[in-house]
Design a protein around this ligand. Structure first.
Ligand code: FSA
Length: 435
């Protein structure tokens, strides 16, 4: 397409998962790097992106129609693309449970993989208790009594922040433009004379950037920037780290990611002997009066508060308990270890857990790419390709329909077990620095 070379694109939130992927695919598709501008509050990899993390889960989960195609594309790129390959630790992923409902769920999930009819039974299978023990020899027989599993051999974990960082290096090397800090922080869109065609954005320091297309990929912050009419509710999930000794590390090296929907999940130790542990729960909102661009007056919006900007914040007291519970389930011998780097990580849910990737219905050339619904980091290698398709009016309808502007539904609950609780009702997380 000849216009690729001359089309100017701004990516707001370009330091995060969907934004960096978009900038990458623009350059790969032949857009001129000096015509691409990546803006973010923090330099890439943006410290307030959910992707700014030690590790994220790679696996094939089929919640929605587009998930199969997206996971397979991602798997191919994490496996074969030289930019992404170094960050995929294909150690496998085990979904576990010991409850009747949980085990029935594993069987349903397994069946949906089989029903996809593309041979997924070659890499995914159900595990009996003993087989779980074989995959994770550090578990004890007593500990896994009654557990069943679903193994995903195509899964594992992704060195998340490092992978975004690699995209950042590539974009810099190519000569893409960047704006960070106040000159990377979105204030409002700029419009052509018709008043409805977006032709740029202004940042909070008053800088004006002009472009043919503006992509807003600000993750959980998107709903605070542009009125999304309640389609996305931003929520925090929590994690903590524990430190292993070199002796302890040996037992846990190369084990699969272990996930239990009723407890949480953990990853093998990283190169510094650090294990990340998460609990599983419906997330925390942070509602307050806020006026995003396009809303006629302030309204209740769940506004993220990042650890990057508030490094003394941790997580609610209740999370300490549930993370301790996950540690006791998965790593009982470490139950008295110190939990450190305790923090919250912000994602944004849509009602149906499909992404929200579409042109704004009223403002031409303003493209939204958000609605990760907590399960999109694994799409880092490929999601930007589809944003570029959308920019070019070539997004296949199976994706365009699922990702369309679609007010209505309950994004506070989304497809989770319960609606998010609000952080204002959860004591313990805010630890402002003492002056
Ligand atoms: O395989 C996956 O999609 C992992 S999602 C990980 C997680 O922390 C969730 O457990 C949580 O509920 C939220 O969606 C954020 O992501």
């Amino acid at each position: 397409i000849s216009s690729r070379a001359t089309t100017k694109v701004i990516v707001v939130g370009g330091g995060g998962t969907m934004g960096s992927s978009t900038a990458l695919h623009l350059t790969r598709a032949g857009y001129t790097p000096s015509n691409i501008t990546v803006l973010d509050v923090y330099p890439i990899p943006s410290a307030q992106s959910a992707g700014y993390d030690l590790n994220k889960i790679m696996g094939i989960r089929l919640r929605n129609r587009p998930d199969l195609q997206l996971s397979l594309e991602a798997l191919d790129m994490w496996t074969n693309d030289p930019l992404f390959k170094p960050f995929f630790h294909k150690v496998g992923m085990i979904d576990c449970s010991s409850s009747d409902d949980g085990i029935a769920n594993l069987k349903r999930k397994y069946q949906s993989l089989i029903d996809a009819n593309i041979g997924l039974e070659k890499t995914n299978w159900l595990l009996e208790t003993g087989e779980i023990l074989e995959k994770v020899p550090a578990f004890t027989k007593d500990q896994v009594q009654g557990w069943k599993g679903l193994f995903c051999g195509d899964g594992g974990w992704l060195a998340a922040a490092k992978a975004i960082n690699a995209i950042g290096h590539f974009l810099k090397y190519k000569g893409v433009n960047f704006g960070f800090g106040k000159s990377g922080t979105f204030k409002q869109p700029l419009f052509a004379a018709d008043g409805s065609t977006v032709n740029g954005i202004e940042t909070i320091d008053g800088t004006k950037y002009y472009a043919d297309k503006v992509v807003i990929a600000a993750g959980a912050w998107t709903s605070t920037l542009i009125d999304l009419e309640d389609q996305c509710v931003s929520k925090a999930w929590v994690f903590a780290h524990i430190q292993l000794t070199p002796e302890e590390v040996k037992k846990y090296k190369n084990i699969p990611v272990v996930y239990d929907g009723e407890y949480g999940f953990f990853f093998e130790p990283n190169e510094h002997g650090v294990i990340k542990v998460c609990d599983e729960f419906p997330g925390f909102s942070r509602f307050k009066q806020h006026q995003p661009y396009g809303a006629s007056s302030p309204k209740m919006i769940s506004v993220p508060r990042s650890h990057a900007k508030h490094p003394t914040d941790t997580y609610p007291d209740a999370s300490e308990e549930t993370i301790r519970k996950a540690v006791a389930r998965f790593l009982p011998q470490f139950k008295d270890k110190v939990l450190f780097n305790r923090s919250m990580c912000w994602c944004t849910d849509t009602a149906d857990a499909n992404l929200l990737i579409c042109e704004h219905p009223k403002w031409k050339n303003l493209i939204l790419a958000t609605g990760d619904s907590g399960h999109s980091f694994k799409l880092l290698p490929n999601i930007g390709k589809h944003v570029v398709e959308l920019i070019e009016g070539a997004l296949p309808s199976e994706l365009a329909d699922a990702w369309a502007w679609r007010p209505g539904g309950d994004a506070l609950k989304s497809r989770r077990g319960a609606p998010a609780k609000d952080l204002s009702d959860m004591p313990g997380w805010r630890h402002d620095a003492k002056i």
